[in-house]
Design a protein around this ligand. Structure first.
Ligand SMILES: [Fe+2]
Length: 314
């Protein structure tokens, strides 16, 4: 496969697993195209054309040093110049993939967060409330990533002549989708049963061995789950802490997340929502693995690094 084919496959898989549904995603892309058409020539020049085809701002090809057949990939949760050097040292790596966004994928990370409004609205939170509360949080994230050294790793890849891409939300969508399916299938009554379901997933089982297994952040194992939602696995990064009260009002009882700040935890606690933190590297690994299985089927060799717990389901 070429880099472009791998990238296209990632976007397609991401849309397939998107909680909003393919039609809603296509509608958003069309809306963006209509807006683009109305821009002035100068504005069009500054516009990220890729965003007309790819609904995930944090998923991009970052550097193509040599457009060749990809046979071996080095992939990790975080790729920094150290991992780029690793790729060189290992040798024969045709493409490096970072899960967490880099370059323009990082600079525009906040743009993907809008999808959280749609996901919350599907779970019963009124769209106007979700949009109102997320707006503030999205601008906070935009300011937060603004000062980052976005191109550091991209520059390292350029210097060493290596291909580089980052696939973030596309993979997180795959993880969220699998979790939702597994939880719905098992339909746990209490938090302890929910934890047991998560522990059956190989990535979490592995994480457990190093003390990073699923944890109850808010609530206790005896608690009834009520309505369980997977609203915090995908959508860029953490949403607004003010949402928990609205989620409780919407009838949500338990939230599954990857990681959670203290501020968010306090708000969830005040709203009496149980929070199960499945684990960060393990949840990221789950989504990446589901995508990597597709590449493996095409005969591509996968070299996991930087926190990726590689599990093949092929
Ligand atoms: Fe992550």
């Amino acid at each position: 496969m070429t880099i472009q084919e791998i990238y296209n496959l990632a976007i397609n898989k991401g849309i397939e697993a998107d909680f909003r549904g393919r039609d809603a995603v296509e509608k958003l892309l069309q809306r963006k195209k209509d807006k683009y058409e109305k821009l002035s020539e100068k504005e069009k020049e500054e516009f990220d054309l890729e965003s007309l085809k790819n609904p995930y701002s944090d998923t991009r090809i970052l550097h193509i040093a040599e457009d060749k057949e990809i046979k071996k990939i080095l992939i990790g949760v975080d790729i920094e110049p150290a991992e780029v050097l690793l790729a060189k040292e290992i040798g024969g790596v045709d493409l490096i993939i970072s899960h967490h966004p880099l370059g323009k994928g990082l600079a525009n990370l906040h743009e993907v967060m809008g999808m959280q409004c749609d996901i919350l609205s599907k779970e019963g939170v009124p769209i106007n409330i979700a949009e109102g509360l997320m707006k503030e949080r999205i601008s906070e994230v935009a300011r937060g990533v603004n000062g980052a050294n976005h191109q550091r790793t991209v520059d390292a890849a350029k210097l060493l002549g290596l291909n580089l891409a980052c696939f973030h939300t596309v993979c997180d969508n795959l993880a969220a989708n699998l979790l939702k399916e597994e939880i719905h299938k098992a339909n746990p009554e209490r938090v302890e049963e929910l934890i047991e379901i998560l522990k059956e997933i190989p990535e979490y089982k592995e994480a457990l061995k190093i003390g990073a297994g699923p944890k109850i952040f808010v609530g206790n194992k005896e608690n009834r789950c009520g309505k369980i939602v997977v609203t915090e696995i995908t959508g860029g990064t953490e949403g607004s802490p003010k949402l928990y009260e609205k989620m409780a009002d919407a009838g949500i009882g338990t939230v599954i997340g990857m990681h959670m700040s203290e501020e968010h935890k306090k708000e969830a606690e005040a709203a009496n929502i149980n929070v199960i933190i499945a684990g960060h590297m393990s949840s990221d690994s789950l989504g990446m693995n589901l995508f990597l299985d597709e590449l493996e089927k095409q005969g591509i060799e996968i070299v996991p690094c930087s926190g990726l717990i590689r599990v093949s389901r092929n």
